[in-house]
Design a protein around this ligand. Sequence first.
Ligand SMILES: [Zn+2]
Length: 238
Amino acid sequence: MCLLCSRDGGAVSRRHVFGAASALGLMLGGGARAAGPNAPGPNAIPPDEALARLQEGHARYLANAPMRQDPAAGRARLATAQHPIAAFISCADSRVVPDRIFDQAPGSLFVVRVAGNYVTRDGLASLEYGVAVLGIPLLVVLGHSNCGAVAATLRVLQEDAKLPGYLPALAEAMRPGVARAIAQQPEDLTTAATVENVRHGMEVLGSASTLLTASVKAGRVKVAGAVYDIASGGVRMV
Ligand SMILES: [Zn+2]
């Protein structure tokens, strides 16, 4: 599986990007901004401001002082529009819940989850929708400690372990980042593999989609990476 060579290359003009946004909006209908797919919403903020809001939310999470939420109060507003400030490629691990880790309300985070938090074509399509139609300014690849997918890929690469079912595809997708960590011969290989897998995901997000690349180059979108420590609850940026 090669995401980088399976996508078309070259730059995409602003017109093409917004043309794609309109097409996506027409195809997918509800969930886009209430005033039309290209109308700026309250999430029309610089990427760094979106990141700052995540960091503030994470500080609340660490302090065990989450913001007070009234789900019923916001339900009617969310029924007609969503304005997420960030999209995530997160591991499917049940202990890793971005909305809680960053203390964000429903409608704030657009989350794609897959074991091993690697970037799939389907994930890219979701993020293209998130950026082009919903106007999301920040993309985050979120790895975590004690990741079973990282451990499995290390076993495949180091011990030639044979995984059952569709799992070999997972290990193949994670191979670039994990192999890079192995080559570094770090003291803590599991942590290094987790970090390098996140870095590889960031590289793919920055290069595999002409639509996302155009938004990043224009400064409308930023790609970030982070690793969540399950034991401490802390997040460190990559
Ligand atoms: Zn995981």
